[in-house]
Design a protein around this ligand. Structure first.
Ligand code: GLU
Length: 439
């Protein structure tokens, strides 16, 4: 049977590096195994989920190249969840509770003050039919909890190895709220069963859900998928990423000129024992994906690493991959400047410099006038700069920085930049002469 995995974002915000890493891990494994990759919108929270966020998530995934084979929206699957609720009620695994949030909080504090774990005491299980009728007559509506088996649950985790979690340490999870709406836990299990999901790869913030979810899978007659929980990303200083998630939104990185493959290359390898390398496409990441390389300690995400990797990817990009983003930039100009760029759009700055007008920086006007006299014959190519500077050296006795730097300053107005032998033919004879003799 082929593997089936899902990426299940809640469309309550934009994708950021943390959840894209989850998407990528699921995508890479699925592609490597030749399976089916599903995009599942966990949009049961009607107040916080929006169609605009769902659209933005799809747009970001497409931009990253993480194509899904099939998709589902939880908001369209209410019937399946209602059937599961009915089934769990019928088997006695879902029971009504009437405590208010304040009552629960008070109980929690009492337990904690006695040094006891704040686990729900199942008081509602003792309610008689009359008690319930009385509470309902008072206007209370039940929320529904799943009756855990209170026993050790074991699974073989793809990252953490054999994990045993005793559900006696957990409160029976609330699956249905007072108003009848569902929390994430049950729809996720129902979908994983109905869509035949074989593997669930997600962040370790879900480890505590997993034991309860395994019990829910079984209570619904399903087989739990294989789980792997990888360590979460933290900021460069070890802080939680969520604090800065805004600035690490994929659309902001995109607006800042970060290439999709820089994001993919970093996120596929961060927190693993494999080196981070600038990959031009997803194929090598698919071939090399191996869950066994994921470590258990938090992976630090440093935006500077992303910038550096981005530059290395930009240096490799062929003109055809960037031409439509760079109106006016020719292939020759792209090839002249790309090795110096941090971002693709920086090429436009070099187009401006090459086309002029610029303000040449003139330190020694006599030297520049003399250099202008020695310009090599046309047409210019990549060897013209060498010919020219050899002639200047001969005539002036200058060498090294004294020879080259004033020429760069005059011709580009910049301290640094692409190789002059490539820029010289781009700037062209008329402007070169003008810039050398501007004062
Ligand atoms: N919507 C959940 C989340 O984003 C999905 C978790 C899961 O993969 O089961 O955390």
């Amino acid at each position: 049977m082929s593997v089936r995995l899902r990426f299940a974002p809640s469309p309550t915000g934009h994708l950021h590096v943390g959840n894209v890493r989850t998407a990528l891990v699921n995508f890479l494994f699925t592609r490597q195994q030749g399976g089916i990759f599903m995009l599942r919108m966990d949009d049961t929270d009607a107040e916080r989920s929006t169609g605009a966020f769902a659209d933005a998530i799809e747009e970001d995934l497409r931009w990253l190249g993480l194509k899904w084979d099939t998709s589902a929206h939880q908001s369209h699957r209410t019937e399946a969840y209602d059937a599961a609720v009915a089934r769990l009620k019928a088997s006695g695994r879902l029971y009504p509770c009437y405590e208010t949030a304040q009552e629960l909080e008070l109980r929690r504090k009492v337990l904690l003050s006695r040094g006891l774990p704040p686990v729900y005491e199942r008081t509602a299980l003792a309610l008689t039919a009359e008690d319930k009728a009385r509470l309902e007559a008072e206007g209370r509506r039940p929320h529904w909890r799943f009756l855990l088996n209170r026993e050790p649950v074991t699974w073989q985790d793809g990252v953490r190895g054999a994990v045993t979690f005793d559900t006696a340490t957990l409160s029976d999870p609330v699956l249905v709220r007072e108003d009848g709406t569902l929390l994430y836990t049950l729809p996720s299990c129902v979908d994983d069963i109905d869509f035949h999901i074989t593997h669930v790869f997600r962040g370790e913030d879900h480890v505590t859900n997993t034991a309860a979810q395994i019990e829910i899978f079984r209570a619904l007659g399903g087989t739990p998928p294989q789980f792997a929980h990888f360590a979460l990303l933290t900021g460069a200083g070890g802080e939680g990423l969520s604090k800065r998630a805004g600035s690490l939104a994929i659309r902001d990185l995109r607006a800042r000129g970060i290439e999709p493959m820089a994001i993919n290359s970093l996120l596929a390898r961060i927190g693993t024992s494999e080196p981070v390398e600038p990959f031009a496409d997803l194929a090598p990441l698919v071939y090399s994906f191996d869950m066994a390389t994921f470590g258990r300690s938090a992976a630090r995400f440093d935006p500077n690493d992303l910038e550096l990797l981005n530059a290395r990817i930009v240096h490799q990009l062929h003109y055809s991959a960037v031409a439509d983003r760079l109106p006016g930039v020719t292939e020759a100009l792209w090839d002249a400047v790309r090795a110096n760029l941090g971002k693709v759009s920086d090429a436009l700055e070099w187009l401006r410099i090459v086309e002029g007008p610029i303000s040449p920086v003139v330190e020694d006007a006599d030297y520049l006038r003399q250099a202008a006299e020695l310009l090599p014959p046309l047409p210019w190519d990549a060897s013209s700069w060498g010919e020219w500077t050899a002639a200047i050296k001969q005539a002036t006795g200058r060498k090294g920085r004294d020879l080259f730097h004033p020429l760069r300053l005059a011709l580009t107005g910049k301290e640094q930049g692409p190789e002059m032998k490539l820029l010289l033919p781009q700037i062209g004879p008329r402007q070169v002469r003008e810039r050398l003799t501007s004062s």
